[in-house]
Design a protein around this ligand. Structure first.
Ligand code: GUN
Ligand code: FE
Length: 445
């Protein structure tokens, strides 16, 4: 039994009463077992002095593509469908086992440095086992799955799958990784988006996700060209179609949801579908502005994600929180998307999206110890006197303020030093990997 005591930090709990107070946290193995004003009488294997620091629930990002981290800067200034056809799909087709591994570790390193402790990750078609090896080693909490694509225009041969093989490979990965690493890793089925998937594949995913009780993650209604193609091909609007084939339920997480009509918003609400808002990606790919306040007002669960490195080009939650808040204000006025709503989406909202709200997303006894310790004593976050701490984090803080990160009770970054990832090796090897992939790129058909 390992024990850890965090002393005298300002704790932003995100519990149902939104309590914020100065106090102690006691962690036993993976779990927060005691919270109090002063637990100095308790003996722990390790004590961290958090005086003057702020402790928050680790961020939960519900849409990330770790396989794309190596492509940062390789696909700027394009709209979604050109970005995919001309750059991202050919680049994904060049991946090998080693490059997937370093792409994942580079992304996870950035995520942990930015205080993210849980992700919903969508990989590429091949080599997903390597991504799981990186997830396992790094200590991050993740749902992940291979992307599935069995149709589509301009898809490189190496990414185009046979329907049965796509389903079978997904099940094989699920059986290998689902609930592994003390439940820290889970499998999720990841059909890419409707226009990449036959109806047979989507129905197969529906049945398998019911059989194994797992989440399904896909992109939906991100781009006007995308929804026009769905309508032309399937004779229905995108979300109506997903509902028609029985995929719209509480285990479905949809990234983006920008181009929704009234009927589609109501389907999402009634079926309990979860939405991931990706404001950085939506701006850069010129996709549009999601009507996040409207979705939240309807009672739909909305969480946040940075998407992939080549459409953002960073993976840190501080950027996404800032974009999510600022984006709405010129349209709806300055009171739209206040800091507290954004922080809620970044923490407990993300946990609810993944069905993990009993385990993570807030600092409460019985929950897993997934925490970030922030040092807000910096030029860009001071002064603090009279400042709401959540406003300070959402509007002023950056990844630089994240000092120590704990996931599942284990310290993965201590005073900015990575403990599970060899930083220099990952920086060096990811450079070598992208060089190799770019050499391969002209041969991709
Ligand atoms: N839609 C289908 N694939 C993708 C992807 O890789 N990224 C984004 N942002 N949208 C997609
Ligand atoms: Fe995406």
């Amino acid at each position: 039994m390992a024990t850890l005591l965090l002393r005298q930090g300002q704790i932003i709990t995100m519990n149902p009463h939104n309590e914020i107070f100065r106090g102690d946290l006691f962690i036993t193995d993976h779990t927060i077992t005691h919270i109090g004003k002063d637990l100095s009488h308790m003996e722990a294997d390790l004590v961290i002095d958090a005086q003057g620091k702020t402790i928050i629930p680790g961020f939960v990002q519900t849409h990330i593509h770790l396989c794309q981290t190596l492509f940062r800067g390789q696909a700027d200034d394009l709209e979604l469908l050109d970005w995919l056809k001309h750059r991202i799909w050919p680049l994904e087709a060049t991946h090998d086992e080693e490059s997937i591994y370093y792409s994942a570790l580079l992304g996870i390193g950035e995520l942990i440095r930015g205080g993210t402790t849980t992700i919903m990750d969508m990989e590429t078609v091949r080599h997903t086992n390597s991504a799981f090896l990186a997830l396992a080693q790094s200590g991050i909490r993740a749902l992940s799955g291979k992307v599935m694509m069995d149709q589509g225009e301009s898809v490189p041969r190496l990414l185009l799958e046979n329907t049965t093989d796509s389903l079978q490979e997904s099940v094989d990965l699920l059986e290998k990784w689902h609930n592994h690493e003390d439940g820290r890793l889970r499998y999720a089925f990841c059909p890419r988006f409707v226009i990449s998937c036959t109806e047979e594949l989507l129905i197969g995913v529906r049945d398998l996700s019911q059989k194994y009780q797992t989440m399904v993650h896909t992109h939906a209604s991100e781009n006007q060209g995308e929804i026009a193609l769905v309508e032309a091909e399937r004779g229905m609007r995108n979300i109506v179609y997903l509902d028609h084939i029985g995929l719209a339920n509480e285990n479905l997480i949809l990234a983006h949801c920008i181009w929704l009509d009234e009927k589609e918003k109501e389907i999402i609400r009634q079926r309990g579908v979860k939405v991931t808002h990706c404001p950085g990606s939506n701006l850069k790919l010129a996709s549009g502005i999601a009507q996040t306040p409207d979705l939240l007002e309807r009672g739909i669960n909305v969480s946040l994600g940075a998407d992939g490195a080549p459409c953002n080009n960073n993976l840190n939650m501080f950027n996404e929180m800032r974009y999510a808040a600022l984006l709405q204000k010129p349209i709806l006025g300055p009171t739209a998307m206040p800091a507290k709503d954004v922080f809620n989406m970044a923490t407990i909202g993300g946990a609810k999206a993944l069905g993990l709200e009993k385990e993570i997303g807030s600092i409460e006894t019985g929950k897993k110890a997934d925490l970030a310790i922030l040092n807000l004593n910096t030029f860009h976050t001071r002064p603090t006197f009279g400042v709401d701490p959540i406003s300070q984090i959402v509007y002023s803080a950056t990844s630089e303020n994240v000092e120590t990160v704990i996931i599942n009770g284990k310290i993965v970054m201590e005073n900015r030093r990575m403990l599970t990832i060899d930083e220099q090796t990952v920086l060096h090897e990811s450079e070598k990997s992208i060089e190799r992939l770019l050499q391969r790129l002209p041969e991709i058909k």
